[in-house]
Design a protein around this ligand. Structure first.
Ligand code: ZN
Length: 394
């Protein structure tokens, strides 16, 4: 592998931007940062450009007209490749709520993808979004297929974990459901990040969930409960319980449609960037110009349309995932929400790397870490993506 030198670039670090530095890459790793003049290097001129650590997306369903629930190795590779061109260098594929058989199909496709794809190293493991969520009458089910939602079932969970053979690294459930304490215990025993998702929990139900081991909130502010009145009594929800507990991490959809600017900035003010991961929650129509398609599997998914920059159910009753890519999220954060590139970078690379426990290799521009990097102009348009030291745009 040739050595690579990115010259005169403004490197976005956790707490500052290092102006006009050179970044030397050797054997796929960041070897040196400073004013450098090495010999025998491929050179990329980074003048007037920003260098970010590669983006880490821990909640994503599809892209490039494929969905991970299509359950083929090709769908995995196609999605991963299409988001790579938008700066995502680490991806955690997400399965929608599905039948046991369909979840196993997703897991099987991943196993084959891991064996045969040259992009396999971009994927450290898998995410199950459900199926143990609040059911048909719940406000929080969103675009999850309602007929398939069910209570946590210890036998099913054990069978899925056995079949997955260590590949599941996060799993979401609703903490108010019977069986959720046992679910959280199994997640803990297996070292799996246990997240609250699509939940109508009251604050006290959420707090109980936190005690049981739920430690992260899936697309916080979307399909998560907040204060409301029920039978002449007021209840707080997941929103308040999460703001009151400093240990709980959250993820926020970065498309600029799912979360209002003020809500995003309030979450940032209360939780701080190192407790927030920006996600795309992207569906298959992300990274395409196609306006119609299925949410979930191509075989039995739900019809969706793209309207006003977001995927919606065809009756417009709910958003149906986003068509966001991480470069769009970067523009939303920095241009529309006036968040600094350093803070945005923490939420898009470092915080998710910490959640995945891969921060020794990913998440910042540091000597010794993997050379997964994103080069943008000063308006945050992608100019190149470097994966393990290899520029993807020649
Ligand atoms: Zn999702």
């Amino acid at each position: 592998m040739n050595n690579l030198l990115i010259k005169n670039v403004d490197a976005v670090l956790k707490d500052r931007i290092d102006q006009s530095v050179d970044v030397l890459i050797k054997d796929g790793k960041i070897a040196e940062i400073g004013k450098l003049n090495p010999e025998n290097c491929e050179i990329i001129d980074g003048s007037n450009m920003l260098l970010f650590p590669g983006f880490v997306d821990i909640h994503i369903h599809g892209g490039g007209n494929s969905d991970f629930m299509d359950a083929t190795p090709t769908a995995f590779e196609n999605t991963v490749k299409s988001h790579l061109m938008h700066g995502t260098t680490t991806i955690v594929p997400t399965a929608m709520s599905a039948s046991f058989e369909d979840i196993c199909g997703f897991l099987s496709a991943y196993k084959t993808f891991k064996k045969i794809s040259e992009y396999a190293d971009m994927v450290p493991g898998l995410h199950l979004e459900g199926p143990y969520f609040s059911g048909a009458n719940a406000k929080s089910s969103g675009a999850q297929p309602k007929n398939i939602l069910r209570f946590p079932d210890i036998k099913e969970i054990s069978k899925i974990l056995k079949f997955a053979d260590g590949s599941i690294i996060r799993w979401d459930a609703a903490p108010e459901l019977p069986g959720s304490a046992m679910f959280a215990k199994i997640m803990k025993d297996n070292g799996i990040l246990c997240a609250v998702g699509h939940s109508d929990a009251t604050a006290s139900e959420a707090e109980n969930g936190f005690k049981n081991g739920f430690s992260h909130i899936t697309h916080f502010l979307n399909a998560t409960s907040a204060h409301r009145k029920r039978e002449q009594k007021v209840f707080a929800g997941i929103l308040e319980a999460t703001y009151l507990n400093d240990d709980i991490t959250i993820e926020l959809i970065g498309d600029g449609c799912h979360i209002a600017k003020e809500d995003f900035l309030l979450a940032l003010k209360i939780k701080g960037a190192e407790k927030i991961s920006v996600i795309t929650d992207a569906m298959r129509l992300s990274a395409t110009n196609i306006k119609q398609g299925k949410l979930g599997s191509i075989l039995n998914g739900t019809d969706c349309i793209v309207d006003d920059g977001v995927a919606k159910l065809t009756d417009m009753s709910s958003f149906a995932g986003s068509i966001c890519t991480m470069d769009r999220a970067l523009k939303v954060l920095c241009n529309d929400f006036s968040i600094s590139p350093c803070i945005a970078s923490v939420m898009m690379s470092l915080s998710p790397s910490k959640l995945l426990k891969i921060q020794d290799k990913k998440g910042t521009i540091s000597v010794g870490k993997d050379a997964d990097l994103v080069l943008t102009d000063k308006s945050f348009n992608i100019k190149n993506v470097i994966l393990a030291g290899v520029p993807q745009i020649k």
